[in-house]
Design a protein around this ligand. Structure first.
Ligand code: HCA
Ligand code: CU
Length: 402
């Protein structure tokens, strides 16, 4: 199990470029690469240098950046692509070829034996040209390939002894934690090389699948910032970090610069012209927002009661929402203290009752609550106890609270 010894292959600049909203300029790529390196990802994967003339020059440029993350590029299992990639100065090359019947019949048209032949010649060639390069071989659409085909292909490549790492790709997001565990375990028993998992999120399993891959012995996980990629993308960096932090906070705190995560998300979100989704792991607007009175009370006593992720570790703060019918008097007491208001327990309960009644009738705001707290802290106000309405009897005393 490699939950305590794994590396992130951050593919925002490769898989992420395949997101419909992405159109990164050279400057964008440099900025994102620096932000990823500041966060501390071990690898940054770049679009194939064969994709376009600028992809080639950007690959060369980003390989020269003074960053700690290793720079990889990603190519088809093709001799022409290999020659171009070798010339870019990257630290490693990720090679991929489809093995499912879909891709064999409707994409490259090759049989399993032909795939093995091509893989052998391309991978051997790359290794001959550069003995120090990190070389990875992956099958595309691994989870709709037959296990026999996969074993034949991986075994044939393993015998060459030229790759550092094998990849398994859930290209269409069909895998489950169970199927990922089984396939990674099979590959783990077959080779001593490192194992990388790349998982799409079409059915919402990408983070769980990545976690499962690690428990089965995978060593490398592909991510993108905000999960961007083809269709609805792959394992998000933030989802993986949240998942692994929940298991071993100290390990993740020491491994990555967690305070950089929100900034990194905002940079990428701005460039691809989306909002960070409200419910996104760690960085979403509501990720640390608590609402129900019962939750608020416990959170105020001990945040761990309802939080497995500490927002402070990410440079963020929690928020307790109080302007609604589910509110409770503990949360309102906390708000009163924030406002410097003294309010006796009976009045506090009366305000709580009043807020709830008011919220039953209309959408209320924090200022409505604050106003009520001010009013009830001031004994010169009499309230009509009919639910949902209050009646001021004095308009002078209130000013002392403003
Ligand atoms: C794609 C290819 C890929 C490759 C993954 C990998 C996939 O369909 O664009 O090389 O690990 O999802 O299979 O992203
Ligand atoms: Cu992919």
């Amino acid at each position: 199990m490699s939950l305590n010894d794994f590396a992130i292959i951050e593919s925002t600049l490769r898989e992420g470029e395949q997101f419909v909203g992405a159109d990164f300029s050279t400057d964008d790529k440099v900025e994102i690469a620096y932000a990823l390196a500041n966060f501390g990802v071990e690898y940054i994967e770049l679009t194939s240098p064969c994709a376009s003339p600028t992809s080639l020059t950007d690959c060369k440029l980003l390989s020269k950046l003074d960053i700690d993350s290793k720079v990889l590029t990603h190519i088809r299992c093709h001799m022409d692509d290999a020659k171009v990639a070798l010339d870019t100065g990257v630290d490693g090359i990720d090679v991929v070829i489809g093995t499912s019947s879909y891709l064999r019949d409707f994409s490259h048209g090759k049989s399993i034996n032909e795939i093995i032949d091509i893989a052998q010649s391309v991978l051997t060639y790359i290794r001959e040209q550069n003995p120090f390069l990190e070389l990875r071989f992956s099958t595309e659409d691994s989870f709709r390939s037959t296990e026999d085909d996969l074993i034949n292909v991986y075994q044939a490549v393993d015998q060459l002894d030229v790759v550092n790492r094998f990849g398994i790709a859930d290209t269409v997001g069909v895998a489950t934690p169970h199927s990922v565990y089984n396939l990674v375990s099979t590959l783990r028993n077959l080779t001593d090389a490192d194992i990388e998992f790349h998982g799409h999120n079409d059915t919402g399993c990408a983070v769980a699948n990545s976690h499962s891959a690690l428990t089965a012995g995978a060593t490398h996980i592909d991510t993108t910032v905000l999960g961007i990629g083809e269709r609805n993308g792959i394992t998000s960096l933030e989802g993986l970090i949240a998942r692994l932090y929940a298991i071993d906070p100290d390990y993740i705190r020491n491994k990555y610069n967690l305070h950089q995560l929100h900034k990194l998300n905002q940079i990428v979100a701005d460039k691809v012209e989306i909002e960070i989704p409200f419910n996104h792991y760690i960085t979403g607007l509501t990720a640390f927002t608590h609402k129900a009175g019962i939750h608020a009370k416990a959170i105020l006593n001990n945040p761990e009661t309802y939080e497995i992720l500490n927002p402070n570790d990410f440079g963020l703060t929690r928020y307790i929402s109080i302007a609604h019918k589910l509110t409770g008097w503990n949360a309102l007491q906390d708000r009163a203290s924030q406002l410097g208001i003294k309010i006796n327990p009976d009045n506090l309960k009366a305000v709580t009752h009043h807020v709830k009644a008011m919220a039953d009738h209309k959408r209320i705001t924090l200022s409505d609550v604050d106003e009520l707290l001010h009013q009830w802290a001031d004994n010169n106000y009499n309230f009509d106890k009919t639910e949902g309405s209050s009646k001021k009897t004095s308009s002078t005393k209130r000013q002392t609270h403003n």
